[in-house]
Design a protein around this ligand. Structure first.
Ligand code: FES
Length: 75
């Protein structure tokens, strides 16, 4: 592949962890780390990471990560 295929900005975007919360620039890695350090409710995660404290669009994704990491059975 030609190295000019990606601009420098595109490469930086690809190399960064995906942001779950765009408003507060919180990555999946940060959310998982917070859960593993004991923030086991949505409120605790919000207070610790800032995720879902802006527009709220990411709340469903944050909840999914919480359920996944805590191995909560689906209802
Ligand atoms: S994207 Fe997370 S609060 Fe807006």
């Amino acid at each position: 592949m030609d190295s000019s295929f990606f601009s420098q900005v595109d490469l930086c975007q690809l190399m960064r962890p995906r942001k779950v919360c765009v408003c507060n620039q919180v990555s999946e890695e940060e959310i998982v780390s917070s859960i593993k350090s004991g923030h086991d409710t949505l409120e605790k995660l919000m207070n610790d990471t800032g995720a879902s404290t802006g527009c709220g669009t990411c709340m469903g994704s944050v909840r999914k990560l919480l359920v996944r990491e805590l191995n909560v059975p689906k209802a």
